[in-house]
Design a protein around this ligand. Structure first.
Ligand SMILES: O=C1CCCN[C@@H]1CCCn1cnc2ccccc2c1=O
Length: 505
């Protein structure tokens, strides 16, 4: 068994590529930028789907399915919405040996697919609110370096598109959905996120404002956008005439509806892998692991009698069965031709959260030894307490993973009030909270000025140092207190707000 041959802290991108393939999450595919999601990662996506579906259905959201093809007429309906994105749109131009009359685009997102039909179906305010949602895949033919899960030309996601009579109702939903996104990250994937609002430069240009959950990859010190929930205002309802008659009378002008759209993609799996995995391989949070426990019979040697070997294997099988009956996703590894050490390495590589060892001494004492994948901590568990202790240990691990990741994020999110400290802090693998004037040009200046090494620094430029500058990641809802008279970190005008900046994916 060949494990991970590079160190996470020394060669992060090779480490990540090895992890995702050798843990059997994913495989590279024949078409560049596309990947195969194998059962280990698809099971994580299914846990997310189950959790999210249950909650959005309680909010009255209904699943549906729209075609993946968009005509150019419809896609380019509103020039300014599309112009920044046009280079990423993939087109079908031919079927068999004949060219299509009109090329059709493959959906990069579904606003222009869905909204003409929203306009057709919504006539009266009694048709509101309309809340439709899709689990599908979208295609964005990016030319930037692809990365498994994080940046792929096709990805699975969910996209919600809702229509409301009032701005207030719409805005309430935007924050409810953002809370669910934070829940997916923190409760399922054990990844801490910062909630906030995107700046005007970084928001979805077609919307009114964008709220976001921002993650942090401690190994590279880079921020990562986790999921976005947009309030669209009436921008799209104006474009597509999604309006209702005025309740005060049909002679009054029709009322434009207020819309939201919100999305989270399989990128979340990449964030989870980067956050928790180590040099032994993948580390899966128990909550989303397809297999939570592997039972391994141990202490069987050449001297072991057949009767004793049978007792140990039967004891292990009994443990497996009792855990399954207690709703723990357990399996046993009874392969006689592999040593326990070999089996440990394999299941550590594949991210199984908990290993249970069962051998002659355990048989003797009516116990088993549980070993946690994240910190290798060992627990001796009485067999009589199996069904209570094992779920407790899995829960302790789930919490432990989140708290460790939160400590890493919190200790690398640094308040910087003066520009002289900005680039050195950034280069120390941190994201930065700085007072900011709120001006987009200043935001651009911060990005440009933090791209090169600060001329004050004499250390030789490390050729692998990311040359990119610090983008604004979000304006966190949780704000440090601005001192009276506080200046912008960059331009010395009055600061209006603390903004989080960082290099990012
Ligand atoms: O984020 C979301 C959440 C889900 C629904 N869509 C919104 C906004 C998508 C923004 N976007 C992102 N890439 C694109 C790429 C090509 C064409 C259009 C677009 C595009 O509109």
């Amino acid at each position: 068994l060949v494990g991970i041959t590079v160190d996470k802290t020394k060669d992060f991108s090779s480490w990540y590529s090895q992890i995702v393939v050798k843990s059997e999450l994913l495989d590279y595919y024949d078409v560049s930028g596309c990947y195969i999601l194998r059962p280990n990662s698809y099971a994580v996506w299914e846990e997310i789907q189950d959790w999210f579906n249950a909650r959005i259905k309680k909010m009255g959201v209904k699943n549906c399915y729209f075609p993946m093809f968009v005509s150019s007429r419809v896609l380019e309906k509103e020039k300014d919405h599309i112009e920044g994105f046009a280079p990423e749109v993939a087109w079908v131009t031919r079927a068999g040996s004949s060219d299509l009359e009109e090329p059709v685009a493959i959906r990069p997102t579904s606003e222009t697919v869905m909204y003409p039909y929203y306009a057709k179906w919504i006539r009266s305010h009694r048709d509101l609110p309309l809340k439709l949602h899709q689990w599908n895949s979208v295609v964005r033919w990016e030319f930037k370096h692809p990365q498994p899960f994080l940046r792929t030309r096709e990805f699975l996601w969910q996209e919600g598109h809702t229509v409301h009579l009032t701005r207030e109702a719409a805005q309430e939903e935007v924050s409810q959905i953002l809370d669910l996104y934070a829940g997916i990250y923190e409760e399922l994937l054990a990844v801490p996120v910062v909630k906030g609002k995107k700046t005007e430069n970084e928001k979805f240009a077609g919307g009114d404002y964008t709220t976001t959950v921002e993650g942090f990859i401690a190994a590279t010190g880079r921020g990562i956008q986790g999921a976005t929930s947009h309030h669209l205002g009436t921008n799209f309802s104006k474009m597509f005439d999604i309006s209702v008659e005025n309740p005060e009378g049909s002679d009054k002008p029709r009322i434009l509806t207020h819309q939201n759209s919100w999305g989270l993609s399989t990128r979340v799996i990449g964030v989870m892998v980067m956050t928790h995995s180590d040099n032994k391989g993948l580390v899966l949070p128990p909550r989303v692991a397809q297999n939570q426990v592997v039972v391994v019979p141990v202490g069987i040697t050449a001297k072991t009698t057949d009767a004793e070997r049978k007792e140990i294997n039967d004891g292990a099988a009994e443990i497996e069965k009792r855990l399954k009956d207690a709703e723990v996703r357990a399996f046993g590894d009874y392969r006689a031709n592999y040593t326990p050490g070999w089996k440990y390495a394999e299941w550590e590589l594949k991210g199984v959260p908990l290993r249970i060892e069962f051998g002659p001494k355990d048989l003797q004492n009516g116990q088993a030894v549980a070993v946690r994948r994240d910190d290798n901590s060992k627990y001796t568990v009485k067999l009589s307490e199996l069904e209570t202790r094992i779920p407790e240990i899995l829960q302790e691990m789930q919490v432990g993973l989140l708290e460790k990741a939160r400590k890493d994020f919190d200790s690398h999110r640094v308040v910087v009030d003066e520009w002289k400290d900005f680039v050195p802090t950034l280069n120390a693998k941190n994201v930065i909270l700085s007072p900011w004037c709120g001006d987009g040009d200043c935001e651009d200046d911060i990005k440009d000025s933090s791209a090169k090494k600060d001329d004050g620094e004499d250390e030789e430029v490390d050729e692998k140092a990311p040359s990119m500058g610090a983008k604004s990641l979000c304006i966190p809802f949780e704000q440090p207190t601005l001192k009276s008279g506080q200046k912008c970190v960059k331009c010395d005008r009055a600061a209006k707000v603390y903004c989080m900046f960082g290099r990012s994916y």
